[in-house]
Design a binder for this molecule. Sequence first.
Ligand SMILES: [Zn+2]
Length: 346
Amino acid sequence: MPISIRIVAADTREPVAGVKVGLCTIGADGGDGGNATFLTDENGMADIGANWGRCRNQVYLVPPTSSRFRETAYEHADEMFVIWGDGTFSPREFQLKLKLGTEEISTDFHPLDIIAVGAHPDDVEIAIGGTLAKLVRQGHRVGIVDLTDGEPTPGSPGPEVRLAEAQAAAKILGVQMRLTLDLPNRRLFDGYEARVALAKVFRKYRPKVVLGIYGKTPMASPDHWQAMQITDAAVFYSRLSKWDAEFDGLPVHTIQKLIWYPLGWASATHETPGSFVIDIGETLETKLASIRAYRTQFPPGKERVFRMVESQAKLLGGLTGVAAGELLISPHPPVVGDLLTQFSTA
Ligand SMILES: [Zn+2]
């Protein structure tokens, strides 16, 4: 039976490839019984072969150069790797410790299932507030990232008020995390720093799905178009290997799916390729309440916004046979598993 050892990151438990696994066999007399080294594959597995008798081994691990992991020394080996006479062995897994100074980055993260990215606080509420509230009710861990704090803006007395409104809106939606990056409002441009800033958030919170802005918003802030470019790029940057130093040593993370949301009607309709509708019949009121949390942005004189948001949701719902809906766009055609379950009603 082949014997293999799995090497994982001490913080994220992700398999680590390219680790040199050294085994120093301790002989029956307690002396050095020989050395052998092996390399882990992309699944973090080091296959050490089958021809081992009963033995104890000290383990040392040499992580890939310039990774965020610390090399294990022989004399500080945590535990022995033991192979029993019948071919069984333990432990199955060893953890790569982090280099000093990087622990604080990786111990306070709480992985999220979904992250929605907007240019300004209120972008995601207006476009997909119902979807986010629904995802939370379905038991998923949801985060919101605003690339800017949206300041300055005509109606607001200052950034603190705007931030407080954003946090209040997040609370209404029930999302687990809301982060405001300090990229500049009105002067938001797709660029290397902005991409890295957002990719760091992805690497830290490790979402499976990212929701980003789709298309132009004519006559509204040009930041939205830039936010779309930044988000698309950051999804890609998040998974690039051999570049950890650019991201404070945060490990690579592959996002499984990028989905776009249009802001307003101008950039996309239900006829846009890849579009689909989320049923938000049960969360439309929550969505409207979350938008109302932005009191400085939507004072009584701006009731029109709520009528538009509500009409749009009901029109999409009417088109698709539900009470209310929100439009999302998949870069690739969405796949349906069971046609009957998906499209028939009980
Ligand atoms: Zn906006």
